[in-house]
Write a protein that binds this ligand. Sequence first.
Ligand code: DC
Length: 219
Amino acid sequence: MIIAIDGPAGVGKSTVAKLLAARLGYLYLDTGALYRALAWKILKSRIHPTDQAQVTTLLPATSIHMQFQHGLVQVLVDGLEVTRDLRTPEVTTAASIVSAIPAVREWLLPIQRQISQRGSVVAEGRDIGTKVFPSAPFKFFLEADATVRVARRHRELVAVGRGETFEATSQDLSDRDRRDRTRSVDPLVPADDARFIDTSTLSPDQVVEQMIAAMSTGS
Ligand code: DC
């Protein structure tokens, strides 16, 4: 069983996907973490994320794995556990840039699909319902007002001790949105059969309830 959740940054996808996965006893497949893991290696290798040729050369020499233990997800790059290093602003920006490179998307596709063979998954990202798992029986596309998304992301950053300004968060989010929605391969677009949920005024639990209700009625 695969449940696909797509949507832009700051819409609450990760929180909701984690809750839903825990509730159903499914694996939580955070596909953004795979793009971030590759971005981490690119930065470590001192390659600029816009350098498509060098990034592409690095791919065959890279292995990315996800481990699931006691409800926790660990990401390994070339055997090294990097989970805690994937949320820095540098990795966030690099992941957004490299995710527009067609060879990167092609390379990550089988990795994502292989993970789904380990069990039922709630998979979250930008192209899950359109590209990675187009035949997923349940697809959700989350949206929220831009100001709500910026406020959520800013709160998250402040909570982990990053004192970036509201304006900087807003700029970062709109840059990432633009890149995600306008890239030539697998841009962020809802699948034709995705169900929309506007999370602007909903708590994560309320979003999960709506998803479960939609799945049980098949609507
Ligand atoms: O969801 P996230 O912010 O952790 O994702 C990091 C970057 O990876 C994001 O800028 C877009 C990209 N991404 C993607 O292009 N396709 C996915 N399925 C998941 C993430």
